[in-house]
Structure formats: C-alpha cells, structure tokens
Design a protein around this ligand. Structure first.
Ligand code: NI
Length: 178
C-alpha cells in the first residue's frame, strides 16, 4: 500500500465525470488499498478516486470510526438506491482543506455497489455515513460540497458557530473531512 497525493479544488480532475470500473483486477485492488491508506493518514471519513487523480467510479467510506477499530467500506460503481430523512451540519472535504460549509443531506442512505471482485451488495448508512455516501458519490460526477452552500467557514469560524449554537441549545456535532 502507498499513500497517494490528494488533489485540491481548482484541479480540473475534480470536475470530471468518472468512468465505471469494468476490470476488477490487481490494478483496482492496489488503487482501493492505496485510497484506504491515504484516508487513514489524512484523518478523513471518505475519499473518492478522482481526489487522487483517478477518474474511475471508486470510493472508500469509513463506517466504523472507533479509534484502533476503524472499518472502511469499499464501493465500486456505487449508486444511491434509497434515502430518507434530513440532517443539516457542517461538512468538509480533503480536497477543500481548511474550509467547511453547512449542508443539508438525507439522514439515512442506502447504496448499491460492487466489491473489489465485482459482486454487488447493498449498504445502509446513517448520520455521518449517510452524509459521506452522498458527498463521495457526488465526487464521481465532478461535484464538490461547496456547490451546496454559499458560505464557507474557517475551522475557527466553525467552532464559533458551534459554540453559539450550543448556547442556543443546538446539538451540532464535530465532523471530519471527506
Ligand atoms: Ni470530498
């Protein structure tokens, strides 16, 4: 496994529509393993292949976030098959470092995807995992979360906002980069 370089907003690769994976070969397995390592090193929650400059429909999403017991889902050619509810919170992206925006997403999302060997399966995520499914799948079509918000916050501004919300009795939770 090897860490890959994460490209940032402004790089045209982040605006392209990715092609489906058709070969479930060693090259794909290496890409997925590298993406998982890169995600862990970056302290992210999810990562899409275009963020490491590969225009293929592959994402990895952390669905168990306990330290030392992390589990990362591998999704090849994923699509959303159902969604329900609504959640509104800060969202970030490893390709938009240091900037966060308030984005509303569904609270429960089910995706259908292939595993690294081509077998189809379904996975359901709630809260941050549901948010992450939506965020990562948008990367595959060349979209970033910033399109859903007209204001970006620095980490300091985000903390100020959270503190103010908390005083008002809000329940905003911290959230990592995707
Ligand atoms: Ni992202």
């Amino acid at each position: 496994m090897a860490e890959r370089i994460i490209i940032t907003r402004g790089d045209p690769a982040l605006e392209k529509k990715c092609r489906p994976v058709v070969k479930f070969d060693k090259k794909l397995h290496t890409l997925i393993d590298d993406m998982k390592e890169t995600l862990l090193i970056s302290n992210g929650v999810g990562l899409a292949a275009p963020q490491v400059g590969i225009l293929r429909r592959v994402v990895v999403v952390m669905d168990v976030m306990e330290e030392g017991n992390e589990h990362i889902l591998e999704l090849v050619n994923p699509e959303i098959v159902s969604q329900e509810g609504e959640q509104t919170d800060f969202e970030g992206c490893l390709s938009v470092p240091g900037q966060y925006g308030i984005v509303t997403r569904p609270s429960v999302v089910t995706v259908r995807a292939q595993d690294r060997n081509g077998s189809w399966f379904e996975a359901t995520g709630e809260e941050i995992v549901a948010r992450c499914f939506c965020h990562e799948l948008e990367h595959l079509d060349g979209h970033l979360f910033v399109e859903h918000t007209d204001r970006l916050y620095t980490p300091e501004e985000m903390e100020e906002y959270r503190a103010a919300q908390k005083q008002k009795g809000g329940t905003a939770k911290p959230e990592g980069g995707k």
